[in-house]
Design a protein around this ligand. Structure first.
Ligand SMILES: C[S@@+](CC[C@H](N)C(=O)[O-])C[C@H]1O[C@@H](n2cnc3c(N)ncnc32)[C@H](O)[C@@H]1O
Length: 401
């Protein structure tokens, strides 16, 4: 791809999702394009670039690749305590028939489902609240609607919630139907002039961890959209690095430490009572940094349960977050073998061998895959190589891998 076509692809993405590639990193676009080209088996970058010109569907695929979907249940914790306080006061005042909440962007659903759980725990019953949950990523919304999560999604909360609201299955933790019920997922671009919720009014808006990826103009645009969507005495929750985007607006920080909440200047907000912060209900979060091996365990569980596409998706996300990783590529090779995609499996396993030329298991698998394809030459090459590496390891006293 030439520099100018790369730049105009950036422009296209900026127009399509408002994203500022300076913040996401230019490499992330290059990697996203490379992944799409691999999936489509396109060799020339120019050819891929022309494809995004003519195909809205392909641009959406690219958006899915570039979008940072990282999220987890009860992220930051305190916003959910403040939400409960708001909801209890709302109940006491007997205001309105239904508490309306917006989660935008909602990514793969952990945030809106956490909102639903927090409200139920605060004594607000299902019919008394509705949650609209919006994201631009089709892929993230598919996962959200499916409602099955791996361990990584629970890094922010105690397993009390896992036991109470999820059923453990081979495919992952399945969220209870009655938590899904009040959540209405919609695919939309927050910056779209025809955003389908523009006529709605919400008591609470969660708009977290999106503004940081937008340029200044689009941040301003989002703040004015939120102004239209929020009721007079409503609350907005942002990500911890985002309250600055509301400077010089109608919003000011609300007096709730660590909640990253904002209200209108004109709203009457009472100081919180420490008793509102009921840490018995929401225990402090577990360490945020996930154990790498645990993440790949989830992938193995998914693969064992035959959820091949989800497992592949998790591997790709893992590599996006942690960089090239032989274990992740090895897993992808095994999953693709199970999916009867020997050529794609070979590509992954070659990456493993590139990263670790002495991994006998991967070399053996390559030999077998070539044998299955009837490619006797390559079969012999890898079989002999596996033999040589194994012999070297044995003589060095390292028989096991
Ligand atoms: C890091 S996640 C945040 C999820 C959740 N709010 C949280 O804080 O855990 C960011 C999400 O923003 C979505 N996104 C990016 N640009 C968007 C846009 N223009 N309109 C709607 N969603 C967008 C991405 O698809 C991604 O799922």
């Amino acid at each position: 791809m030439t520099e100018s076509s790369h730049n105009s692809l950036e422009d296209k993405l900026r127009r399509a999702m408002g994203i500022d590639l300076q913040t996401v990193g230019h490499n992330s676009l290059r990697n996203a394009v490379a992944r799409r080209m691999r999936v489509l088996d396109i060799k020339e970058r120019r050819q891929y670039y022309e494809l995004t010109d003519g195909s809205a569907a392909e641009l959406n695929e690219l958006i899915d690749e570039v979008a940072v979907n990282e999220t987890w249940f009860f992220r930051d914790n305190t916003p959910f305590l403040v939400l409960q306080r708001y909801a209890r006061n709302w109940l006491k005042r007997g205001r309105g028939s239904c508490l309306k909440i917006l989660s935008m962007p909602c990514a793969s659903g952990e945030e809106p489902y956490s909102i639903a759980i927090a409200l139920l725990e605060a004594g607000v019953n299902g019919p008394l609240f509705k949650i609209d949950a919006i994201d631009i990523s089709y892929r993230a919304l598919r996962l959200a609607r499916r409602g099955i999560y791996g361990r990584n999604s629970f890094r922010g909360c105690d397993n009390f919630f896992q036991r109470k609201y999820f059923q453990k299955t081979k495919a992952g933790y399945v969220i209870a139907k009655y938590i899904k019920h009040p959540v209405n997922f919609l695919r939309a671009n927050i910056l779209d002039a025809s955003l389908p919720i523009l006529n709605n009014r919400y008591d609470i808006i969660f708009c977290r961890n999106l503004l940081i990826y937008l340029d200044k103009d689009n941040q301003k645009l989002v703040v004015s959209i939120l102004d239209n969507l929020l009721v007079d005495e409503g609350l907005i929750f942002t990500g911890h690095a985002e309250p600055g985007a509301f400077a010089d607006s109608v919003f000011i920080p609300a007096p709730y430490p660590k909640a990253f909440a904002l209200t209108r200047r004109s709203a009457a907000v009472s100081k919180p009572d420490p008793a509102d912060y009921n840490w018995q209900v929401f225990p402090p979060p577990l360490p945020v940094q996930p154990l790498l091996s645990t993440e790949l365990d989830v992938v193995r569980d998914l693969a064992d349960a035959g959820q091949h596409e989800e497992a592949m998706e998790c591997c790709e996300q893992y590599i996006r977050r942690h960089g090239l990783d032989k274990e992740a590529y090895l897993l992808m090779g095994m999953i693709l073998t199970d999916m009867d995609e020997p050529r794609l499996a070979i590509r992954m396993l070659k990456k493993v061998v590139y990263l670790d030329p002495n991994l006998v298991r991967a070399i053996d698998m390559l030999a077998l895959l070539y044998k299955g394809l009837g490619d006797d030459n390559n079969y012999r090459v890898f079989k002999q190589r596996a033999g040589r590496v194994a012999a070297r390891k044995q003589s060095a006293g390292k028989v096991s891998e």
